[in-house]
Design a protein around this ligand. Structure first.
Ligand code: GLC
Length: 479
């Protein structure tokens, strides 16, 4: 968007474009990314860096507005930061990783270089597993916007995608098709009890596998392509079956027996019935609604609703058509819990009391209904809009956009909101947070031009059974 193009736009959109423009980082004279927040009122910490996950919404809106150069530059420079060899030093990032963030540093003699952070500087030294997944997703969006594979087919890009896939598909001790990660390995980059197989990572993993499958040239990559092809259906079936919660499934789980051994076990993860707040859930779940659980593992079913994972599952068709519709029904019927005064909650409900203390490690930033622990994050608006377009529930996104629009500019594009209804600007929220700005613009653009959705969305996987057949299969899981 050039400044001339701002003529005729509403004030809030003009201001958003201006702020987005100001957030751009230049390297050797070329635009390569955006800072996390352009907030001069607070100490920057690492908010003056370009985060890979934060840049995605900016990247997509730039692609939609023919500002493809910045996205290409971003992809090129971040690819150069990816380690291509395995270091012996275990504190060094693994081969194939993409950093959490990077910044332009001065070499002391007038030159510039890019300094990456793979989590070795980040608070709590969290590993950014989602970065490499978002990177592949953005590369595929670039290819889709340009209608041209030439960038992705360049040898260094093929190598980059391949290394990411090798890292994700490596042999592990784990026995599931999902990806095993430590706590805080994604947007929620603090301890929040999401170690193991958190939904956010699984949805992004699935989306990135689909993207990589489109981008990799098969010749020379036969082994990786075969590995992706065998992983995709297993991962999809695993999530659709074991993560799904609706009233029917809840009934089945409620009557689970424990301690089952062997192949015929119905309660495969040995979920202890008393670990779930049945009476809360039975009240909360709308009759026709449902959602994917936050995490599944040994004797663990995390029933918190995590927004990013659920919305990305819809966008990438990780969920069946029926499940996607049920998630949208849940959002509509539980609007006051999930959207309320600022779209939308990062997760619901918050961890409180003893659970909060034990699971977050008494994190003062993550007190109940704050920040990652049940705060509201405007960046999630674009994913809600994309999921709404995908499921043909556009009016839901319009409603959410209207809510955001009524205060987002006045609140100076806050990073997140606190409180059960999201009425309070987050206690430690940055202002002029770039993904709040770009997420808002992107949500509006997706609603205005739904034909742009394929930049980020996927159709049912070729060869996948029709949705009906899958639903039959899922129903039969419950028997
Ligand atoms: C916080 C968020 C993280 C984001 C970063 C920069 O750490 O939890 O998801 O990438 O800020 O905005």
């Amino acid at each position: 968007m050039q400044l001339d193009d701002l003529i005729g736009l509403r004030e809030v959109d003009k201001e958003a474009w201006r702020a987005l423009e100001e957030s751009i980082i230049y390297y050797k004279g070329s635009p390569v990314g955006t800072v996390a927040a352009y907030d001069l009122s607070q100490e920057a910490l690492n908010y003056d860096q370009c985060f890979i996950r934060d840049f995605v919404s900016a990247g997509i809106i730039f692609l939609m507005k023919d500002r493809t150069e910045i996205v290409r530059n971003f992809l090129e420079v971040t690819l150069k930061l990816q380690p291509k060899e395995q270091e012996l030093d275990a504190y060094k990032p693994a081969k194939g990783m993409i950093p959490a963030s990077f910044k332009v540093a001065s070499d002391g003699s007038g030159g510039e270089y890019l300094q990456a952070d793979f989590g070795e500087h980040a608070i709590a030294r969290v590993t950014p597993v989602d970065s490499c997944l978002w990177w592949v997703i953005l590369l595929r969006a670039y290819v889709a916007a340009e209608g041209d594979y030439s960038l992705a087919y360049r040898a260094e890009f093929q190598e980059g995608v391949r290394l990411i896939m090798e890292l994700c598909l490596a042999n592990r001790f784990d026995m599931y098709p999902t990806l095993l990660v430590p706590d805080g390995a994604c947007m929620i980059d603090r301890r929040m009890g999401i170690y193991g197989h958190p939904l956010e990572i699984q949805s992004l993993f699935y989306t990135a596998l689909r993207a990589a499958r489109e981008l990799l040239i098969c010749r020379g990559n036969e082994d990786i392509v075969a590995a992706i092809d065998s992983r995709l259906p297993l991962l999809r079936a695993h999530i659709r079956k074991h993560y799904w919660i609706d009233i029917k499934r809840l009934n089945a789980i409620y009557r689970f027996k424990g301690e089952e051994y062997g192949e015929t076990a119905v309660n495969q993860f040995n979920i202890y019935v008393d670990s779930l707040p049945y009476y809360e859930l039975d009240k909360w779940l709308p009759k026709k609604g449902g959602y994917l659980a936050g995490n599944v593992g040994p004797s663990q079913l995390d029933i918190r609703f995590f927004t990013l994972g659920n919305l990305m599952a819809i966008i990438s068709e990780l969920t069946t058509e029926k499940q996607s519709q049920a998630i949208m029904v849940l959002i509509e019927e539980r609007w006051e819990d999930l959207v309320a005064d600022m779209p939308m909650k990062i997760c619901f409900p918050a961890l409180e009391g003893e659970e909060y203390r034990l699971i977050t490690g008494c994190d003062p930033k993550n007190i109940p209904w704050s920040y990652h622990n049940g705060g509201n994050w405007p960046v999630l608006l674009w994913m809600l809009a994309a999921a709404a377009v995908k499921t043909n529930r556009i009016s839901l996104a319009e409603r959410a956009i209207e809510i955001a629009e009524s205060r987002i500019q006045e609140d100076e594009w806050a990073e997140y909101y606190d409180g059960k209804k999201g009425r309070l600007i987050g206690r430690q929220a940055r202002l002029y947070q770039t993904w709040t700005i770009s997420g808002f613009l992107l949500a509006k653009e997706l609603i205005k031009n739904p034909s742009k959705l394929p930049l980020v969305s996927f159709e049912a996987f070729p060869g996948e059974q029709s949705s009906r057949a899958c639903e039959f299969e899922i129903d039969s899981f419950d028997q």
